[in-house]
Design a protein around this ligand. Structure first.
Ligand code: PA5
Length: 452
């Protein structure tokens, strides 16, 4: 079971800026309100991620088991919520879960990155998975058109079995393409937002392909949801962590660092960055008043970033809350040989396991930050497996929505992303954006005059 150690988030003689238990308990009316709001949203069927543990995954597992056994690689073409979860799941479990097949994710429009992926794969043995809820995202559409064209030219007879599409069940131009071309397809449900969709077909198709135990993922998610079902704040890790982060935001700690001591979880810190940033970074509250809230999520890696970031975290501005991710047992380990028994510079390491050094260093960093009065928490995985990853995902999805409720914002939208999308459409010549293009031209010419 995923363990949440919140002790160093609370007030103590060392963490003087910490939150007192009394303050937490005084906020129970706000917790109850947020909880009721979530229940209301669930009854309106707009928080579908809560119900994903009960979904029927047979269509996915059947599809995966029927696939041509020669396919050994899946390349996901998507971005944001349609990519980060896929990457994180595969990274977390590829080695610990000894996965038989590979998942690569192309989530940019960088031409060199695409070249590297195409160079790294054997096209004969690769299946592509285009994932886009809206079916309109320029980055994903560009990648789809390049890859579909490549497949049609290389495999004129059977290109359609080499590409699958995951999109809205009815809407969008890709549904027409699916009907015309006969691509196998999966669905992003209406009631699950992009960044909350990792446990839908969005993340499960590539996971099943890779060999991840999807039933265990969902069982872990269900178990965490049940742990977070009521307002018993001290035994509800999502609400407690959300409330503590909310209180730290109110106290000016506007940076949230996620620091796994485990390379395999680093991509989950990236997934968290999107979830926390896009959901909570908002200009307006639910009554339309300007509030400019949010907490900037930062990712760091232990021990690597001890030699890069920890100086700042310990002695720089006290504006951060750090969350460590710890793994107790690794399925692969190395004993450090006692290569120089006579040399005290290194002989203390001889005979120790690498995982022991790793976790000792994490504890050492915790002690250093705590002594410096910096609030920190620890999420402890006994081992990395599909169940515990499912717990982690559900924990953060609930925590994010709950924190959004405390902040009185809508955690499910992302209006700030639209302006950039519209400007891109205009500059790339998409019909219907002529007025925006004229405005952009005026802006560029004024800017050029200023810089001339
Ligand atoms: O969380 C979100 O809704 C976004 O980050 C989307 O996932 C992202 O913009 C990609 O959108 P789409 O799946 O429609 O291509």
């Amino acid at each position: 079971m995923l363990r949440f150690d919140h002790q160093n988030l609370l007030y103590s003689p060392m963490i003087r800026c910490g939150i007192s238990k009394e303050l937490v308990e005084n906020l129970m009316p706000a917790v109850i309100n947020a909880h009721q709001d979530i229940a209301h949203d669930r009854s309106r069927d707009i928080l579908g991620f809560y119900d994903l543990p009960e979904q029927d995954i047979r269509p996915i597992t059947d599809f995966s088991s029927r696939l041509d056994a020669r396919f050994d690689t899946m390349v996901v073409l998507g971005i944001g919520g349609s990519a980060l979860g896929n990457k994180a799941l595969f990274s977390a479990l590829r080695t610990e879960g000894q996965l038989p097949r590979k998942v690569l994710v192309y989530d940019n429009v960088d031409p060199v990155f695409l070249t590297e992926i195409l160079d790294a794969i054997d096209l004969d043995r690769t299946i592509f998975n285009v994932i886009t809820k809206s079916g309109t995202t320029a980055e994903t559409m560009a990648a789809y058109m390049i890859v579909a064209d490549l497949l049609r030219r290389r495999y004129p007879v059977d290109y359609a079995r080499r590409l699958i599409v995951t999109t809205d069940k009815e809407k969008g131009f890709l549904r027409q393409v699916i009907a015309q071309e006969g691509y196998p397809s999966f669905v992003v449900p209406d009631n699950v937002g992009g960044r909350f969709s990792v446990l839908t077909d969005v993340g499960l198709v590539s996971s099943a392909f890779a060999g991840i135990d999807c039933a265990a993922l969902l069982a872990g998610a269900g178990s965490m949801r049940d742990r977070c079902r009521d307002t018993e704040i001290w035994s509800n890790p999502a609400y407690l962590n959300g409330l503590l982060h909310y209180l730290y935001m109110r106290a000016g700690k506007n940076i949230s660092v996620m620091m796994p001591y485990c390379n395999a979880l680093y991509d989950f810190a990236d997934w968290y960055r999107q979830l926390w940033a896009e959901s909570l970074g908002k200009r307006y509250d639910r009554q339309g008043r300007e509030i400019f809230v949010g907490q900037t999520p930062v990712k760091a890696l232990g021990t690597t970033d001890q030699h890069s970031q920890i100086q700042l975290y310990a002695e720089g501005p006290n504006d951060k809350v750090v969350t460590f991710l710890t793994v107790n047992h690794f399925s692969h380990d190395h004993i450090i040989p006692d290569l120089h028994p006579e040399r005290e510079e290194v002989n203390y390491l001889g005979g120790k396991r690498l995982s022991e050094l790793l976790n000792v260093e994490r504890t050492a960093t915790e002690i250093a930050l705590t002594k410096a009065g910096r609030p920190n928490a620890n999420l402890v995985f006994d081992r990395l497996d599909a169940f515990s990853i499912g717990e982690f995902i559900m924990l953060y999805e609930i925590q994010t929505v709950f924190t959004g409720k405390l902040l009185n914002i809508n955690p499910l939208d992302q209006p700030g992303v639209e302006a950039g999308k519209i400007a891109t459409y205009a500059m790339m010549g998409k019909p219907g954006f002529e007025e925006e293009l004229a405005g952009i031209r005026r802006y560029l010419s004024e800017r050029n005059q200023l810089t001339d």
